[in-house]
Design a protein around this ligand. Structure first.
Ligand code: UDP
Ligand code: MN
Length: 498
């Protein structure tokens, strides 16, 4: 079992022992089971790209599509082989799929192209009114397809995702995903799940069976009207192998007049892995940084600085030519990223308005706040300023939080240590008032000042103490800007690396 795990980074032995057409639990909300849909839903092509996928997971995906999709809604299944090296994915696969009762096309990429270009090839060959993309290790559950297609029929500029259930990489047990999480991202441009905020529950008047508007999608599983896919600019074909394409598409859809939703009545399982089983030609970090730079340069305007400052080194990565994508953005008259942050993702980790971004330096010791491991619940430290961004980057936001990514400076009592906690937006222990005259940070709730901790106490980081005018309580912020003066213009520290 352990040996086989390494091949695909999941328990291949377990997968191979499970039937290709196994039954699955019906995990839908009760309200979903009785919904009815129009007879004249658009049909869909299913596009599945794969590179060295296991036989059992690939075919379980295919069988679950065939078994649980009404035949009239299924135009075809397109398998795009991204230059796999495994023999069984050649003629054995071709022979096997010929027996199936749904037309299945196999397309072979001549060379390893990555999932973005492989999906583009599959989309090009497809004929259905809708294109549905799936990873090669999914399982569709009862009633998964109708609610996706019905939503697109209502509004063809809505791109829809199912709830992605978890197929255990260890046991292949099927576990329901939550309808209370949606997609976001952090300063490093990693996709993350976050709780659906109250405003989105209110918009749906508490009805959890209605689609959730999501700022971003995970990217592997979604349906899109095929003409709209063309109109909105398909994918960025300059992106390699894996990564970034999901955020690129999410930003593009929202900024250019579409919408992105999780249809909570549709459930599809996916084997989530902890590590990637394949090689990334050019190196994993390089490929992902390049893709992320492309999306940041085209879509994020001045807010790309958050990504560049938190990930030192990324600015050295060559991202090629993005002029065609910028032209697309102009042609579609897409809105700025600040509009997206304000209207679609106000609970974002990137603040729409902020006073400063960069180091926070103590006047007396000339050292910088440093969040060291950048982990939750850890003390903030003070170290020599290294000017390399990363752990010494903080943003003092218009909401008066001192944050780095999703963590905020938080302290619960006088003389207590300052720690990093998840930002909660409730002010309280995370509310700091900066006075640019005295250069002090007042911790409002304890009415005390951010202070360099005394080293002889064994305290390694800052604390809050009664305000006494000492230079140990004075801090300079990188390029501090008074928001009221600049009202709607954001300070943009593009000179940071110059
Ligand atoms: N894939 C591909 N070519 C690549 C990398 C990935 O065709 O170079 C396929 C892969 O087989 C899978 C899909 O793209 O069907 C998404 O990749 P993966 O499942 O590794 O991503 P994750 O779900 O872990 O984000
Ligand atoms: Mn996957």
């Amino acid at each position: 079992m352990k040996e086989l795990f390494k091949i695909n980074q999941f328990n291949l032995m377990a997968s191979d022992l499970i039937a290709l057409n196994r039954s699955l639990p019906d995990v839908r909300l009760e309200g979903c089971k009785t919904k009815t849909y129009p007879d004249d839903l658009p049909n869909t092509s299913i596009v599945i790209v794969f590179h060295n996928e296991a036989w059992s997971t690939l075919l379980r995906t295919v069988h679950s599509v065939i078994n649980r999709s009404p035949r009239r809604l299924l135009s075809e299944v397109i398998l795009v082989d991204d230059a796999s090296e495994r023999d069984f994915l050649k003629s054995s696969l071709e022979k096997y799929v010929k027996r199936l009762e749904v037309p299945i096309k196999i397309i072979r990429m001549e060379q390893r192209s990555g999932l973005i270009r492989a999906r583009l090839r599959g989309a090009k060959a497809s004929k259905g009114q809708v294109i549905t993309f799936l990873d090669a290790h999914c399982e569709c559950t009862l009633g998964w397809l109708e609610p996706l297609l019905a939503r697109i029929k209502e509004d063809r500029r809505t791109v829809v995702c199912p709830i992605i259930d978890v197929i255990s990489d260890d046991t292949f047990e099927y576990m329901a995903g939550s309808d209370m999480t949606y997609g976001g991202f952090n300063w490093k441009l990693n996709f993350r799940w976050y709780p659906v905020p109250q405003r989105e529950m209110d918009r749906r008047k508490g009805d959890r069976t209605l689609p959730v508007r999501t700022p971003t999608m995970a990217g592997g599983l979604f349906s899109i009207d095929r003409n709209y896919f063309e109109e909105i600019g398909t994918y960025d074909s300059g992106m390699d192998i894996w990564g970034g394409e999901n955020l690129e598409m999410s930003f593009r859809i929202w900024q250019c007049g579409g919408s992105l939703e999780i249809v909570t009545c549709s459930h599809v399982g996916h084997v989530f892995r902890k590590a990637t089983p394949y090689t990334f030609p050019g190196g994993t970090g390089h490929v992902i940084n390049k893709n992320n730079r492309r999306l940041a340069e085209v879509w994020m305007d001045e807010f790309k600085d958050f990504f560049y400052i938190i990930s030192p080194g990324v600015v050295k990565v060559d991202y090629g030519d993005v002029s065609v994508r910028k032209m697309l953005r102009g042609k579609l008259k897409c809105k700025p990223f600040s509009w997206y942050l304000e209207n679609i993702y106000p609970d974002s980790q990137i603040p729409r308005r902020y006073y400063s971004l960069g180091e926070i330096r103590n006047v007396e010791t000339n050292q910088c706040l440093d969040n060291m491991g950048r982990k939750e619940n850890e003390k903030v430290g003070i170290f020599n300023c290294h000017g390399m961004g990363g752990n010494q980057v903080f943003s003092y936001t218009a909401d008066k939080e001192i944050r780095t990514d999703d963590l905020c400076l938080d302290v619960s009592r006088l003389s207590g240590p300052v720690i990093m906690l998840k930002c909660h937006h409730m002010r309280g222990n995370q509310l700091w008032e900066y006075d640019s005259e005295t250069r002090t940070f007042l911790h409002v709730i304890t009415q005390s000042c951010l202070t360099v901790g005394k080293v002889e106490d064994g305290v390694h980081g800052p604390t809050v103490e009664f305000c006494n005018g000492s230079p140990l309580q004075k801090w300079t912020l990188r390029n501090y800007t008074r928001l009221e003066v600049f009202s709607n213009i954001f300070y943009s520290p593009t000179d940071y690396f110059l």
